[in-house]
Design a protein around this ligand. Structure first.
Ligand code: 26V
Length: 819
């Protein structure tokens, strides 16, 4: 988009003045950031208004992506890029003598998500806007996002993430769309005029849900969709009516209910704890979203609810918003007199469910009494859904009581949210081909048997705009110079780079950029941690949430093994390697925290031992988050994707690394399988057990890691370091890791994730990396092939599949009215 540079400059100067009473010369970086953001927001708003006018005028279908998490990353740079204003704005900023990068760096990450699931939601919104697909992201405006991580004496400390501290430049509070959400109380039955019954919720406590809208700017078009995040507010300081009628207690309770509700994101991914506050959060944003949708629907289309599935689709991001199934039924049946059967058909047509994990710890199962107390009417509706579903099962499998017990939505005093989501949706999808197969054949086998037509795969993707266009501007420029800028909206264009892998000049240019990115990262580590790393070493990076199944432990045990080898033979021939980790652990996940400590203690040992001649370095990059990922990923040579096969649903970091020319070291798990298909076996390092082997081995239950320990002196030496004082003078510190690998810990099986079983295969694959890297040309070709073959992993491809195969959603072009 072309801008009038002088007008822009004048606006920016004026905004610095208005917002901070400063001049450009005296303003702080934060103040300059705020002023620039406001200036950009002005341009965004014209498109935003036009987009919604177009949606209203055409009455087009809209998808609501319901998610507890949106890990958006910084807005400013992304908005500027997507508005295609970057070059001009950069010029203006340079002319004004301001350092553009420092301004971008002044924006705090809105960390409203834990990891993959939340970041996927953000990539999807970017693609939806870029593809001109009408969409809302619907979620919660947490006052505190994912905690800020500090490392103190090797251990993780959690600090609150006060991301709203300097205000909220991008959010627009929309008091006019506030809705009331009701909790607790009781339900009474009333006779309607026609002799039927209606259920009425009484004596409830209310919370007001107030939406804040954030713009989601499409790339090089006029579409600006909305991320709508709901905040909780108390109904009244003192609800006077209740106060006067003597219910002081309740007025105060409502105050308290509102206060905590949207305070903080639950920071434990893949671990369900059954906390009431979380269920409150879920119902709160789902109910607010659906109430608002139905109100708007009725304004446009009256009470013709049969039309609802043609106008709205609700995508459930995991089971977290699956209560939508029951809430939509409530709104249709109780509030709008739609008959049950008709409402049920509408609900199923509107809802679709995505599964993001097979880790059983993550399955949400709410205790019956907690659920029925908090949401008495919703509970009745779930009971009715369950009754009808079980009746259907009895008709089908009358003889098989065990199966019916397994499949019931309510059983063993619990409500199984995944089952509710499956039964109430027309689509159930996994997030990578392997994952979907495991769902169909193992985890959700019973449901696949009765609803085969509902199951489908949607392999995840990432947005190339943020993860190449913004994160790796040098590479983006080089690629555009060679093949044009079509890849911004059609990532398959990158295939045009394949023949260039054979051109020496291109290989040099490509690897020069990789080296520059490595130098920049090395500088960042020097400044923030005062550590020296060699940009000519192999940058081997594993960044993701810390979880045992992701096997950061395998990586660090291998580093200890390398260290032992170097101690034996300091002249061992190897390319120097820098191992970089970034990972947050759930605060209460002891083993994960201990693994963080282990990584840091190994870093202390290795980095401070002059006898190994700096051949290996270990860096734990604290507070891993989207903005840090944007610095790390472009500098990677090796991308570690080493989860126990069958456990990682997809992974999306793997795709970001591939796009940026890193070579994957991985197991055949999640989307790694498809990455190998795209890039070819020669351009990836694959090792270890296959998914079916893991599943079989687990079923046989005859694995004994002691056999490995006893037979393999290298592994024995490494494990002994955990308990012999090498890493920590207190020999008890890492004992739980030793125990978990050999005997099982806290009820888990010995080496539950097959770290020792895969160790040798991993070490061998790592040795191969070393050998291949020595051949500079060969490595460059591999790196280029990874970028060139990453087209499939654009979230644009993923979103097109959702739009066509699940939502029935068509693009709507937004035209700007002439001024
Ligand atoms: C579960 C829970 C349980 C209660 C506490 C808070 C909380 C937060 C998140 C979750 C579910 C996490 C599931 C998840 O993030 N799955 C990841 O989804 C990615 C996108 O599909 C996928 O690439 C990763 O492989 C998968 O682990």
């Amino acid at each position: 988009m072309h801008i009038d540079k002088e007008a822009f400059k004048a606006k920016l100067i004026a905004n610095v003045r208005i917002l901070s009473r400063q001049s450009v010369e005296t303003a702080t970086q934060e103040q300059l950031y705020e002023a620039l953001a406001f200036t950009i927001r002005d341009y965004v708003t014209s498109k935003w208004l036009e987009t919604h006018e177009t949606y209203d005028r055409t009455g087009c279908k809209i998808v609501c992506y319901l998610s507890m998490e949106f890990l958006m990353g910084r807005f400013l740079g992304n908005a500027i890029m997507n508005m295609t204003m970057f070059d001009e704005i950069k010029e203006v900023i340079d002319e004004m003598g301001i350092d553009y990068n420092l301004i971008e760096d002044a924006e705090r990450d809105p960390g409203l998500g834990n990891g993959g699931l939340g970041r996927l939601a953000a990539c999807f919104l970017d693609s939806l806007s870029t593809l001109e697909l009408p969409a809302y992201g619907c979620g919660i405006r947490y006052h505190y996002g994912i905690f800020e991580q500090k490392i103190v004496d090797g251990a993780q400390m959690e600090l609150p993430d006060d991301w709203l501290h300097n205000g909220d430049v991008w959010g627009v509070r929309r008091r006019e769309y506030a809705v009331e959400v009701k909790f607790y109380g009781n339900v009474v039955r009333e006779m309607k005029d026609n002799g039927e019954y209606r259920y009425v919720h009484e004596n409830y406590q209310s919370i007001i849900a107030v939406p804040y809208d954030y713009p989601v700017v499409g790339y090089n078009n006029n579409t600006v969709n909305t991320l709508r995040l709901w905040d909780a507010e108390a109904k009244n300081m003192f609800d006077l009516e209740k106060f006067n009628s003597g219910d002081f207690q309740k007025a105060v309770e409502e105050q308290n209910l509102a206060k905590a509700l949207t305070d903080v994101l639950y920071p434990a991914d893949e671990h369900y704890a059954g906390k009431e506050l979380r269920l409150r959060q879920q119902y709160f944003f789902v109910s607010a979203t659906l109430q608002r949708v139905i109100t708007k629907f009725k304004m446009k289309f009256g009470n013709n609810f049969a039309l609802l599935p043609e106008k709205y689709a609700f995508q459930l991001n995991d089971t977290h918003p699956s209560i939508a199934v029951a809430e939509l039924m409530r709104i249709l049946v109780d509030e709008n007199d739609v008959a049950w059967d008709e409402a049920w058909e509408i609900t199923k047509k509107c809802c679709a469910y995505t599964n993001h994990t097979i880790m059983s710890e993550a399955l949400e199962k709410w205790p019956y009494d907690l659920f029925s107390r908090l949401l008495p009417r919703i509970f009745m509706i779930v009971e009715e859904i369950n009754k009808r579903f079980c009746n259907m099962l009895i008709e089908k499998y009358g003889h098989d009581a065990e199966k019916i017990r397994r499949m019931a939505i309510i059983a063993d005093g619990q409500i199984r949210m995944a089952w509710l989501a499956i039964v109430g949706s027309h689509s159930v999808n996994g997030v990578a081909a392997l994952h979907t197969e495991i769902l169909k054949n193992q985890e959700l086998k019973d449901f696949y048997e009765i609803y085969p037509e509902r199951f489908n795969n949607k392999t995840n993707g990432i947005t190339q705009r943020r993860w190449l266009g913004h994160a790796n501007q040098k590479l983006a420029k080089l690629i555009t110079k060679e093949i044009g800028d079509g890849w911004y909206t059609d990532l398959d264009e990158l295939h045009k780079l394949e023949p260039l892998a054979n051109k020496k000049k291109f290989r040099e240019a490509f690897m020069d950029i990789k080296r520059e990115n490595k130098v920049e990262l090395a500088q960042y580590f020097k400044e923030t941690m005062d550590i020296d790393i060699d940009p000519d070493s192999i940058f081997d990076i594993q960044v993701k949430r810390l979880h045992e199944y992701k096997r950061q432990l395998l990586n660090v045990l291998h580093i200890m093994h390398l260290y032992n080898q170097l101690k034996e033979d300091p002249n061992m021939d190897m390319v120097p390697r820098t191992f970089i980790f970034g990972a947050k652990s759930a605060a209460g996940y002891k083993m994960a925290k201990l693994i963080i400590k282990l990584i840091n203690k190994v870093a202390d040992l290795v980095n401070n031992d002059p006898s190994i001649n700096g051949k290996i370095k270990v860096v734990f990059a604290a507070n891993y988050r989207v903005s840090l990922a944007e610095k790390l990923i472009p500098a990677a040579d090796i991308s570690e994707q080493i989860s126990t096969a069958s456990k990682e649903a997809s992974g999306t970091g793997n795709m970001k690394f591939m796009l940026n020319g890193a070579v994957t070291m991985g197991t055949l798990d999640g989307a790694n399988v498809e990455i190998m298909e795209e890039v070819g076996e020669d351009n990836i390092f694959i090792f270890g057990m296959k998914a079916d082997e893991v599943i079989d081995q687990y079923a046989r239950n005859d694995y004994n890691p002691w056999d490995i320990y006893n037979m393999d002196p290298d592994i024995q030496a490494v494990l002994n370091m955990l308990i012999n004082g090498t890493l920590d003078s207190n020999t008890e510190t890492f004992k739980p890791i030793f125990e978990s690998l050999l005997n099982g810990y806290n009820g888990s099986r010995a080496d539950e994730y097959f770290v020792l079983k895969d160790f040798n295969a991993y070490a061998k694959a790592q040795a191969k990396v070393d050998a291949v890297y020595k051949d500079k040309d060969k490595w460059a070709k591999m790196a280029i092939m990874n970028t060139a073959c990453s087209g499939k992993f654009s979230s644009d491809r993923t979103i097109k599949e959702y739009a066509e195969e699940i939502w029935g959603l068509k693009p709507v072009h937004v035209e700007m009215k002439k001024k």
